[in-house]
Design a protein around this ligand. Structure first.
Ligand SMILES: NC(=O)c1ccc[n+]([C@@H]2O[C@H](COP(=O)([O-])OP(=O)(O)OC[C@H]3O[C@@H](n4cnc5c(N)ncnc54)[C@H](O)[C@@H]3O)[C@@H](O)[C@H]2O)c1
Length: 248
C-alpha cells in the first residue's frame, strides 16, 4: 500500500528535538522527504528521517531572520525541489512575570512564533501556489485557554498564530493550500521537563478528560492527517490535542 505522503516534501521548523523531531519522523514514516530548520544542526533528526528511507536535509536556520530563511528556502529548493507541507513548529516559551518582562523578552518570543511563521510562509507559499497544493500547519498551544501566569508574550504569540492561520486560510483556499493550527496541551519534551512545567504535569493532567501527560508521539498523527489528501477540505481550523483539557 502506498504511503499517504508519498512524493511530498515537508519542511519542519524547530525540528532538532522535541515535537519538531517527532513531526519530522512521522511525516517521513508516512512517505515525505523532510527538510529541518533549527537553531542547531538537527543531525539526529536527519538520521531518523533517513532511516525511514526518505531524503532529509538539516540546516541551521534562524526563523526570525529573513536572510537565514531565504538561504534555507534556497537549499530546500535546490536539494528537494519544492515544499508541499510546512510545519511551523519553532517556538520558545520562557517564563517571565509581566513586571519583569523586558521588551526584548517580549519581542524574542513573538519573533520566533509569529515572525518565523510569517517568513516561512512568505518563502514557501509562492511555490505552493504554482503547484496548486500546499499544507501549512502552525503550532499554537492550549496554554492560551488556561490561567498560567508568566506567559503573556507566549500567549500573545500563540493567539497571533491562530489569527494568522485563519487569515492565511482565507487567502490561500483558492490555490489548493490549507492552513491549520494544532494546539497541544502540555507535552513531555526535554524543554518542558527541564522547566517550570515539570511541576505542572500532574495538576494539568488531572484537569484533562484523559488524565495523563502527552508525549510527542501522541501529537504527530494529527499533523500527518492535516498534511494528507483526506484533509483537503479542512482549513482555518485549530485542533486541540490535549486529552480534553479545553474545547475550542
Ligand atoms: N512542549 C509542549 O508542552 C508544548 C505545548 C504546546 C505547544 N508547544 C509548541 O510546540 C513547539 C515545539 O515545542 P517543544 O516543546 O518541542 O520545543 P523544544 O524546546 O523541544 O524545541 C524547540 C525547537 O525550536 C527551535 N528554535 C527555537 N528558536 C528558533 C529559531 N529562532 N529559529 C529556528 N528554530 C528555532 C529549536 O532549535 C528547537 O529545535 C513550540 O512552538 C511550542 O510552543 C509545545
Amino acid at each position: 500500500m502506498s504511503k499517504r505522503l508519498a512524493g511530498k516534501v515537508a519542511v519542519v521548523t524547530g525540528g532538532s528535538k522535541g515535537l519538531g523531531q517527532a513531526f519530522a519522523k512521522r511525516l517521513a514514516e508516512d512517505g515525505a522527504d523532510v527538510a529541518i530548520a533549527a537553531t542547531s544542526l538537527a543531525t539526529e533528526t536527519e538520521e531518523i528521517v533517513k532511516a525511514t528511507g526518505q531524503r532529509a536535509i538539516a540546516q541551521i536556520c534562524d526563523v526570525t531572520d529573513p536572510e537565514s530563511v531565504a538561504e534555507f528556502a534556497a537549499v530546500v529548493q535546490a536539494q528537494l525541489g519544492k515544499c508541499d507541507i510546512l510545519v511551523n513548529n519553532a517556538g520558545i516559551y520562557p517564563f517571565h512575570a509581566f513586571d519583569e518582562m523586558s521588551f526584548e523578552d517580549w519581542r524574542k518570543v513573538l519573533a520566533v512564533s509569529l515572525d518565523g511563521t510569517f517568513l516561512m510562509c512568505k518563502a514557501f507559499i509562492p511555490g505552493m501556489k504554482e503547484r496548486q497544493f500546499g499544507r501549512i500547519i502552525n503550532l499554537t498551544s492550549t496554554a492560551n485557554w488556561l490561567v498560567i501566569p508568566n506567559l503573556a508574550h507566549y500567549n500573545a504569540a500563540k493567539m497571533g498564530v491562530i489569527g494568522l492561520t485563519r487569515a492565511l486560510a482565507t487567502e490561500m483556499g483558492e490555490f489548493g493550500i490549507t492552513v491549520n493550527a494544532v494546539a497541544p496541551g502540555l507535552v513531555r519534551t526535554g524543554t518542558t521537563e527541564a522547566g517550570p512545567q515539570l511541576h505542572m504535569f500532574d495538576p494539568i493532567a488531572q484537569m484533562q478528560a484523559i488524565k495523563r501527560t502527552a508525549v510527542p508521539d501522541e501529537i504527530v498523527g494529527a499533523v500527518s492527517f492535516l498534511a494528507c489528501q483526506d484533509a483537503a477540505l479542512i482549513t482555518g481550523q485549530t485542533l486541540a490535542i490535549d486529552g480534553g483539557l479545553v474545547r475550542l
